[in-house]
Write a protein that binds this ligand. Structure first.
Ligand SMILES: [Fe+2]
Ligand SMILES: [Fe+2]
Length: 273
């Protein structure tokens, strides 16, 4: 099974440029076209929050036709730049969201890897938090399918990256989340967004990753006093391969046209010199 993850597209209405010069709608279109063109074909795509830049219905109206271009099933969770009410209104036709009211959490059982989306958002705040009700929901959700290998996806990462101005707005209670996950050994991976830059770690034996930017990147500045800023790094999408060995393996794939592929070997089998 192959999964793609696009995160933090920050789409604005009317093709407005984010921060004055980032064509976020165009960059999301490019990422979607890239995921659609990958071979073997991607089985499902996760879109992990900050779908819009300010959460207005006009921005979701601009976002939706771009996501509708995805050629495979796709699953969304909100980020801190979204609003839960406009989010749910924009995706009211998505059956997997039908039961969501106070928070946007659901499980998808249609694939070899069970997909569980979590809502880490706090109304009006940039940081993430999973209250007792959301954690209890997760505990029950995982207890209901202990034999199904599972990938969790959500917006705010539960670890510090060293990029200080982002770390102060990560998931505040990651330890509470992993107290739940540790009771359910079928959980194979936790996929996050929010930081606009790829990063990975392991928490209590579970791999945790942040997907890279497909639009603007947060500047890689590990100086604790570093200012908040962004760069236009090459856009990337995260891929996950869930193999017959039961492992979830991550890749990044660069969006754009690049020279190649070129063969390593000539027709006679010799290494090209
Ligand atoms: Fe973001
Ligand atoms: Fe965010």
């Amino acid at each position: 099974m192959l999964l793609a993850q696009i995160t933090d597209p920050h789409v604005k209405a009317g093709r407005r440029l984010a921060y004055g010069f980032v064509d976020t709608a165009g960059l999301l279109e490019a990422a979607v076209d890239h995921v659609n063109a990958l071979r073997p074909a991607i089985d499902a795509t996760l879109v992990t929050g900050d779908l819009t830049d300010t959460g207005g219905p006009d921005e979701f109206a601009a976002l939706r036709p771009i996501l509708d271009r995805l050629a495979m099933p796709w699953y969304v969770v909100p980020g801190n730049h979204d609003r839960r009410d406009t989010f749910l209104a924009a995706f009211a036709d998505r059956l997997y969201l039908a039961g969501c009211r106070d928070f946007v959490q659901y499980a998808v059982d249609d694939h070899p890897l069970r997909l569980v989306g979590l809502d880490t958002t706090v109304d009006g705040q940039p940081h993430g938090f999973l209250g007792r009700d959301r954690l209890d929901w997760l505990d029950a959700c995982l207890a209901a399918a202990p034999d199904r290998p599972t990938l969790i996806f959500m917006h705010h990462p539960p670890f510090e990256t060293g990029i200080r101005h982002m770390d102060v707005q990560n998931l505040r209670n990651g330890a509470d989340l992993f107290d739940v996950l540790a009771r359910h050994p079928q959980v194979r991976h936790v996929a996050c967004g929010h930081v606009h830059r790829p990063s990975e770690t392991v928490i209590r034996g579970i791999g945790v990753s942040i997907a890279p930017n497909s639009a603007h990147a947060v500047t890689l500045d590990l100086d604790p006093a570093g200012p908040s800023s962004f760069t236009l790094d090459p856009p990337l999408v995260r891929l996950f391969r869930y193999g017959t060995d039961g492992l979830v393996v991550s890749h990044v794939s660069a969006v754009g046209a690049f020279d190649g592929p070129h063969p390593f070997f000539a027709a006679d089998g010799s290494l090209v010199d």
